[in-house]
Each structure stands twice: as C-alpha cells, then as structure tokens.
Design a protein around this ligand. Structure first.
Ligand SMILES: [Zn+2]
Length: 320
C-alpha cells in the first residue's frame, strides 16, 4: 500500500514542472493520432492558482517545414510550457498558431509564439481586440498574480462566419470552418480531412459542462449535427479527452434535451428557478465545472424568450 502511494507521488512529481512563480504546471498528456498530428491534453479544471491558467487542449500538426499549433494556452507562461511540449515532439518551429475562439484560456499564450502567423475567425479577432484586457484580468484574478508579459494578440489571418476554406499548409490539407456562432460568436474549427481529425475548440468538450455564457444553443446543436456528419475518427475537444462520433452524438442529444427542457418550462410560464428544479440535470451535475449550469440555464432561457418574441412578431405580421 505504502509502495503504491510512494509510486503515485513519484509519478505526480515527475508530471509537474515548476514555474517561475513557484507554482507548478502539469505536463500535458501527449496523444499521438498519426505521424503528424498530436494532441496535448491539458488539465480540465477551470483556471486557478494550482494550474496557473493551464487548462486547455492544444493540437500539434507537424507540416513539412514547421508546426501548425491549435490553441496556445491562457498565459505567456502556459504558452512557453506548450512550446516546450511541442519541442518534445519535433524540432521544427511553430510557424502558425490557430485560435479557436476568444476565451482567454485558448489564446493568451500567443505571446510565446511571436513570429508565427496567427489565424482565427474574423469575429474572434474582433472579440480579442474588444475583450482582451478583460480576459487578461479574469485570468490574473483566477490564478492570483499579475501577468505583465501576457498580451492579448489578435490574429491577422481571419475567416468569415459561414465559410469553409480549404488550404494547404506545409503539405497538410486543412479546412478552416467558421460555423454560425455556437460556443461563441467567433468559433473556428480545424478539419484535417486526410487525417480524419476535427479540432473543435470548445464547440466540443468532454468531461466538463459546455459553457453557454457567450454561446447560442440552437446554432450549437446544429453545428454538432454538422460535426457528426463529417468523415472523422478523432474529434478533439477544447477540454477533456479525444472524442468519438458516438461521444459527439451523446453531447448533441444532451444539449438538445437541455434546450427542449428549458423551452417547455418557458412555455409553462415557469421561472428559471422552477425550470432548474424540474429538469433532470444529473448528466451535467457529475461533470467538472458543473457550477456553470445555472448560467447556462439563464442564457438558454433568454434565447428561448427572444425566439418566442420573434415567433410572436412573425405571427403578428402574418395576421395583418
Ligand atoms: Zn471557451
């Protein structure tokens, strides 16, 4: 028993890297999908003093001459930590960094990759310019220290909403897909058709409750329908383990039930509190970050309410 405990703590200490501030960053779990695509699975808890803002998955796509990295982490230090993990895979430089959306944990590490070409959706760029300082403050507060070297860098290469653009970078065929705003108004998904891989940012999550705070539930469910129709074997979420098509369908169905539950409550004139009590939320309750459920209900309720106003307006116009 003692021996097992000792072994456990030895493994734990090997998995940690001490940062400049004395805190520790977990070493990512590296999953090799094929000879040129690797996923760095980060911790899944929200940003806190312990993880120092490292709580995101990054994907390493090794091209002919350089690396295309998807999602750079939540601080300059996390960015460098991810850069170190990339160097364990290849000595090629990171030439491109893709930001899947404007939430700080996914892109505030951009500063560690200056010189690379940054890519995002058009809307993500706009949101980074508008909310970058705010996200930096959120991160500083969550991890308990100032981040003087972290700068919100917006991407210079951008793609418009509703587009799918196929390109080849370093010999790798890549489709940049900007669906209608789902997890945020500016999601960018990265599809590697030859590798049968989709990197979805937080449009997909595994083991954590999806965060709807900046999202659009009905669009999101539609996007999940489009995702599951792709010829893909590895679905890389923004947080949590790599997913299968079956996992995507389960997430889609859970989110659809969530939407229908709220709509039903709204139609019965229930308050948000009553809806929360009457819905079966057990599937979400047991996951990480279950504290977002209340906010999700609030956001979905507002969406249902706005839709019902729209429907009423349309009916009103028709009756005239
Ligand atoms: Zn997010």
């Amino acid at each position: 028993m003692k021996c097992i405990r000792l072994l456990g703590s030895l493994i734990a200490s090997l998995a940690l890297v001490v940062g400049a501030h004395g805190q520790t960053l977990s070493k990512p779990q590296t999953v090799k999908i094929n000879d040129r695509v690797y996923v760095l699975l980060g911790p899944i808890q929200h940003a806190n003093r312990l993880n120092q803002g490292y709580m995101v998955n990054s994907t390493v796509i090794v091209g002919d001459k350089g690396v295309i990295l998807v999602d750079s982490g939540g601080t300059d230090e996390v960015g460098r930590h991810i850069a170190t993990a990339v160097r364990r895979i290849t000595d090629k430089p990171v030439t491109h960094v893709v930001n899947t959306h404007h939430h700080g944990d996914h892109y505030l590490g951009n500063v560690a990759f200056t010189g690379a070409t940054f890519i995002s959706s058009e809307m993500c760029r706009k949101m980074v310019l508008e909310t970058g300082r705010e996200w930096l403050e959120i991160m500083e507060q969550a991890i308990g220290r100032k981040l003087p070297a972290t700068k919100p860098l917006a991407a210079e290469v951008t793609y418009a909403e509703g587009t799918r653009t196929e390109t080849v970078i370093g010999g790798v065929r890549i489709v940049f897909w900007v669906p209608r705003g789902s997890h945020t108004a500016g999601d960018l998904l990265v599809h590697l058709p030859d590798d049968k891989v989709l990197i979805a940012g937080d449009v997909l999550v595994s083991g954590v409750v999806p965060t709807l705070q900046d999202g659009f539930l009905k669009n999101w469910i539609r996007t999940l329908d489009e995702i599951r129709a792709l010829d893909v074997t590895h679905f890389v979420p923004g947080h949590g383990n790599i997913m299968t098509a079956r996992d995507v369908i389960a997430l889609r169905d859970a989110m659809n039930r969530f939407y229908l539950g709220i709509r039903e409550g709204y139609r019965k004139d229930q308050t948000e509190a009553e809806i929360r009590r009457s819905m079966d939320l057990s599937i979400w309750d047991k996951l990480e970050r279950s504290y977002v459920i209340g906010r999700n209900i609030n956001r979905a309720f507002l969406e249902v309410e706005a839709d019902s106003f729209d429907e009423a307006t349309i009916k009103g116009v028709r009756s005239h």
